[in-house]
Design a protein. Sequence first.
Length: 221
Amino acid sequence: MATDLHELLRSLRVWDPQVTRLPPFDPTTAPDTPLSLFTEWFAAAVAAGQTEPHTVSLATSDESGLPDVRIVMLHGADETGWSFASHAGSRKGRHLGARPYAALCFYWPVLGRQVRVRGPVSSAPSEEAQSDLHARSTGALAAALTGRQSEILGSVEEMARASQAAWERARSEPEAPVPSWTLYRLRPDEVEFFQGDEARRHVRLRYRSTAQGWARELLWP
């Protein structure tokens, strides 16, 4: 019997107490900078057993302003911004080349938390991008060497051949360069922290960059 999507959706529960703990969050005790709070929340998500807490939704827009979103991996976060990587010729790379502004959204359901980051994006120096790539796994290098991200693929066999060759090169040349590989850095204009609440009195704290530093403000849920 076919599954009824609407019935299935209505049967699902958000923040099931068997798997989710909603910790209290007092925004008056939040640190002065969003990076400090992000580091605290990220560590808490890891400690709580959140699966792949370093994956994040990345939203970009194309030359016409039409939006697009996908999941990427966070490569780092410091005073210079939040970092992720891709090929310059990929769809996201082309978007960022035309419109260098993006948004990130982390979701950690084990704690009922979201973090939203948006701001201008720049490319790190090539040497830094290559160093970041070569510090990662052999599989990451093989995927980067396979290349042609977002291009039309003729068949799965074509991909298998290219991937096998890339794996062989990655194993024999662990420092093989990938010129198109780009480390992007999003420097935030805004960072919002969302803490879910069982009574739906969710807490939303937004940090907004100003000429005087970070301004903090609460938002209605």
